[in-house]
Ligand binder design. Sequence first.
Ligand code: PEP
Ligand code: MG
Length: 324
Amino acid sequence: RRQALMIYKDKPSQTRDGHKVTLLANVGNLSEISHVTDVGAQGIGLFRTEFLLMNAKALPDEHQQYKLYCDALHSLQGEVLTIRTFDIGADKEIPFLPQNNEDNPALGIRGIRYSLAHPETFITQVKAALRAANHGQVRLMFPMVSQVEELDAAFLLIERAKSELNEQEKGFGALSYGIVVETPAAVLNLPSMLPLLDFVSIGTNDLTQYTLAADRTNPHLAKQYPPLSPAVIQLIALTISHCKHTHVSVSLCGELGSDPQVLPLLVGLGLDELSINPANLLDVKVALIEGNYTHFVNHAQHIALLTRITDIREAINAFSLDCD
Ligand code: PEP
Ligand code: MG
């Protein structure tokens, strides 16, 4: 099947009626970087940099990170690299980093909260990203941001990173800045945060967990508390609407985007960019290429009116059967 899908690799990423959607890749380890170009992704929409720490003995220093981001840019051949700053905390325990024992790690010091509590780690990563931006298109994305104060604090540290680079006479380029929208508070606070941002990416894995108060790692909850539920769909729609209103580009990087059956809903809701697991990218692209944008929009409008998870699931199945 993989072989058969390869004919789609270089086809334009657009619906039958000419609506373009950018398809990027999620990368969670080094070996996945080469798959990104193999499947014709238009860049990396989520580079989960924690993988640099998971099997390491120490924090990679600025130079090591800079080299790695440059290698990734090199293999992307001019396409965009979206570096997500370390999403440390929650279930990701890093032995060589200071971490507190927390009763509720998913609600604790994770993502941007960890970065702001440990500015040196953050500044090192920002400096590496700024230097890599001299060699290609680099976007920097912060996980778990939920309110504007966190952005104010992050941008102060970024200024510090830039002045350190200037003092050290190290060249750097311009970054674009964004957040992963993965808490309901982030969605509701977008009007205060969007003026500071170039892009946002919806992280449906955590957005689902935090909206439905359902641990994403608990298999007993997965079926009754899926992302395809009315509350999460409304939050996705609201995020898109806030972003379009202020002309900030919006993407989606949660697992939901890797399901070809869900593509018509996501594009119909107004997403023009998705970041997908490389293994699923061509399946999603087929769903895009074989569909019509006008049908996607009608489908999304229909789903937005549904109030039961089973009805949403049925509508999604029925739409994909219609297309066979
Ligand atoms: C998400 O939360 O949807 C996401 C993309 O990030 P992660 O799965 O790495 O938490
Ligand atoms: Mg997340």
